[in-house]
Design a protein around this ligand. Structure first.
Ligand code: CP
Ligand code: NVA
Length: 317
């Protein structure tokens, strides 16, 4: 594979979609599609990461992120090392700074899933190798790369589509706003009062949209108005990792924001339904919708593998 047009991505961190222009993100999607075609055609991948190691630090649970990164780097000829933060000296008080410096002497990239977004920024500042954000309380950029790859596959093009996100103004909502702004989709985030994304994030995403293709970023509290004319209806859990104690209260407050048959009647007839997973059937989405014909959630989950291979190949070569 020829990566010469993508040399500018080598060595960079992947922390927010805000940090990359739309052209670069589309280049990553193109590489992801090529990797996907290789998997589906049973063609072995070029070992562009032969001899390279990715340290994968997890302070939160994961199925998709862990398995897709570990499998992905292996397919590219490299090694993924699963590191639970509780087992690292990090969990006993060793600083992020020292951890960053030490790991930079051993491995070629660090993927981290943690709570505080600032920890990822600190890690990146003190590491001399690429740092990839595998989810923080603020952002989940790798998920959104897989999401827009999936949208592109199902809709042919991303430009001008209306993507409506129903639910908590969380890491997914924030990253979807940046993704839509970069890839050229209109994004509406619909949450109950008190759970909308932070105004600062909305303003930043609007700034990105203005610098790219001028798409619109809306926030909305009316569920029916939000899904009107939507091409994509997206949802996520009402209580994210770390918010377990608020689960019962959130169940009450988010009730009117469930993605169900009645709500989907207001979206376009050919609208697709997305969820980053894991899902709670009967809460943010009904089983009927999640397991029904409009849902493309397992394509999304599969595309984590291909999108991340592209990210690792372009950053870590
Ligand atoms: N969507 C996602 O990131 O899944 P995991 O929490 O299983 O990694
Ligand atoms: N918002 C969810 C996403 C999980 C992939 C969480 O942070 O738990």
């Amino acid at each position: 594979m020829d990566f010469t047009a993508m040399e500018h991505l080598r060595g960079r961190d992947f922390i927010s979609l805000k940090d990359f222009d739309g052209r670069s993100l589309y280049q990553i999607l193109d590489v992801a599609q090529r990797f996907k075609a290789m998997n589906h055609g049973h063609i072995p991948h070029p070992h562009v990461l032969r001899g390279k190691t990715l340290a994968m630090i997890f302070s939160k649970s994961s199925t998709r992120t862990r398995v897709s990164f570990e499998t992905g780097i292996w397919q590219l000829g490299g090694l993924g090392q699963f590191l639970s933060s509780g087992d690292l000296q990090l969990g006993r008080g060793e600083t992020i700074h020292d951890t960053a410096k030490v790991l930079s002497r051993y491995v070629d990239g660090i993927m981290i899933r943690t709570f505080d977004h600032q920890d990822v920024l600190d890690l990146a500042e003190h590491a001399s190798i690429p740092v990839i954000n595998g989810l923080t309380d603020l952002l989940h950029p790798c998920q959104v790369m897989a999401d827009f790859l999936t949208i592109k596959e199902h809709k042919g093009s991303i430009q001008g589509l209306k993507v409506t996100y129903m639910g908590d103004g969380n890491n997914m909502a924030n990253s979807l706003m940046f993704g839509g702004a970069r890839f050229g989709a209109h994004v509406t985030i619909c949450s109950p009062e008190g759970y909308l994304p932070a105004q600062e994030m909305v303003e930043q995403a609007r700034g990105v949209a203005a610098a790219e293709q001028g798409t619109e970023i809306h926030v909305e509290t009316d569920a029916v108005a939000a899904v009107q004319g939507a091409d994509v209806v997206y949802t996520d859990v009402w209580a994210s990792m770390g918010q377990e104690s608020q689960q019962q209260q959130r169940l009450q407050e988010f009730r009117a924001y469930q993605v169900n048959q009645e709500l989907m009647a207001h979206a376009k007839p050919d609208a697709v339904v997305m969820h980053c997973l894991p899902a709670h059937r009967g809460e943010e989405i009904t089983a009927e919708i999640l397991d029904g014909p409009q849902a493309i959630v397992f394509d999304q989950a599969e595309n984590r593998l291909h999108a991340q291979k592209a990210i690792m190949a372009l950053l870590m070569r």
